[in-house]
Design a protein. Structure first.
Length: 319
């Protein structure tokens, strides 16, 4: 039994959707909604996402998620953009697209609850955005070996229009086994802050750890790495896309039983700096995991609107 993946939220075909593996930029937008508008807020979130998906599918793809075990009624939109250049299109929507503006002006709250638009459903000061860029070697002045950095698409296209390589390029997983924000059953968003002295070594560790999971759990999990833009420097983000929540148990088993995976964590690096393992590369207490469930109608006892319940195998299963 698996949860309905986020791709089922939209009428746009999977082959046309931007997602965490093929986009050049992700904006994670979160907002805390009031419990009394449990159902109304989800309808707003989903209609907003679908409007962007259908009207601007060449520019952005949007999926809606709920925190699996964290703060309830904290809604997450993942807004996948082809590139940073397309963010300007999103900004212009607020002043030039009357249909988009009408979504925000609509009376989402029924009269029996006092009426009101989207602003009445959310808690003031809780709307936040985090910008994620797919990590590539040499990014933010980090070092690998002097050669790997020069093989990146960004380096080779000197003088040309800069396009960040999507996270898909980080892994050798075949397309038919690749999991991403559109087809995963559960998404874990992991963050950690790197100690400045080990900013190069930590990124190498982060990529190695991700690809070890990709190699050993192909078809069950795909891990992609991102850098946070405009926020704290050297805070990195892994998106761990899993077929189902039970995959998490396989992740735990992998880190206990597989010696090559364990070596990634306990191998000593940077001998010229006195030697360091993964445990000393990051600020203490900065590791944070947030599990996200793709929203479906009826989730957490919200009002039903479509047949998007938990499914067993078949079309709704992540593949």
């Amino acid at each position: 039994m698996v949860l309905t993946p986020a791709q089922r939220q939209t009428s746009v075909g999977a082959e046309k959707m931007l997602h965490s593996a093929n986009s050049g930029m992700i904006v994670e937008r979160t907002v805390q909604v009031r419990g009394e508008f449990h159902s109304e807020s989800r309808r707003f979130a989903r209609e907003l996402a679908e409007y962007i998906n259908t009207r601007y599918q060449e520019v952005a793809g949007v999926f809606v998620y709920e925190e699996t075990f964290g703060t309830k009624d904290l809604i997450h939109w993942l807004i996948h953009l082809k590139s940073m250049d397309h963010y300007e299109t999103m900004v212009r929507m607020g002043s030039r697209d009357e249909d988009y503006r009408a979504l925000f002006g609509r009376e989402w709250v029924p009269e029996e609850k006092g009426g009101g638009g989207w602003a009445r459903m959310v808690l003031d000061g809780t709307l936040r955005e985090t910008v994620l860029l797919p990590q590539f070697w040499g990014m933010y002045g980090t070092h690998v070996d002097g050669e790997t950095e020069r093989q990146s698409e960004v380096y080779r296209r000197q003088g040309a229009e800069v396009t960040l390589p999507p996270a898909r390029h980080q892994t050798t997983q075949p397309d038919e086994l690749l999991l991403h924000s559109g087809n995963a059953g559960i998404l874990i968003h992991r963050t950690a802050e790197i100690l400045y002295d080990f900013r190069s070594e930590a990124r190498q560790f982060a990529r190695e750890a991700a690809e070890a999971i990709n190699d050993n759990l192909a078809g069950e999990a795909t891990v992609l790495l991102y850098e946070e833009a405009f926020g704290p420097m050297d805070r990195i983000h892994w998106l761990i896309h899993m077929k189902s929540l039970s995959t998490y148990q396989r992740l735990l088993q992998l880190h206990v039983q597989n010696e090559s995976v364990r070596d990634i964590f306990f191998r000593e690096r940077a001998p010229e700096k006195g030697g360091v393992t993964w445990a000393r590369m990051f600020t203490q207490g900065s590791y944070l995991d947030t599990a996200l469930t793709p929203h479906h109608w009826g989730l957490y006892a919200t009002g039903d609107q479509a047949d998007e319940t938990v499914v067993t195998g078949g079309e709704g299963e992540a593949s």
